[in-house]
Unconditional design. Sequence first.
Length: 246
Amino acid sequence: MSADFTSADAMITTPGGEILLQLRDDLPDIRWPAHWVVPGGHAEIGETPYETARRELREETGLDVEALLPFDPVRAEGDTGTIRYFHAIVDVDPARLVLGEGQELRLVPIPEVQGMRVPPDLKDYVRQLEGHLRVGKPRVWAQIDRIHARLAARCAASGESAVENRLRLLADAGAQAGALAAVEADPGRAEELQVRLCEAIVAGMVALRATTPDAATFLSDYLVEAERDSSGGDRAQFEQADHRIE
């Protein structure tokens, strides 16, 4: 992961549309004293941004959220980009929160954040997150995580490997999609082809999730490299990247 980060923040929202905020201490020697912020903090040596966000969230709130997804907002002018943001939709029980830092933890309806004492940049990033939630963008990996959890439980009971299970389904779905692609000119079979492709995509995503809780970041980083290779005109490198996912 990137070495050019100093800290990571975790934006935790609930299925009901609230966001978890932390009231900072009112001390003159800290940044944004007595402001509401999201849990997060500085990286420790050797940590990835994901590891930092997960640790800080656990230390400051008592929540241990494995399925944190990278959230990359459009940065405010002057933002150095050294903070990495993560997001997860969690059914938070306020009674189980443990205040590890600051004055208070509170679940707040997301639209109310704009009227609170919150750092201006964070207000903008929360607004962007709210927009993403409206169109459901972050939910894809949350759904993948739930599928993985159910699959992992079944495989643990049967003694089967979750990765092997998904890879077998991926191979089956890919073979079916390949066969259907030969008749893609037939409008009547287009939806059938699309379903098979979706099966292959989901199987691949769940297989990736079975290898790491930070699957979303891994795929995001891979896509950045693949896009760079394709736009840079280096066809050989892009074909190598293509070959690695076959």
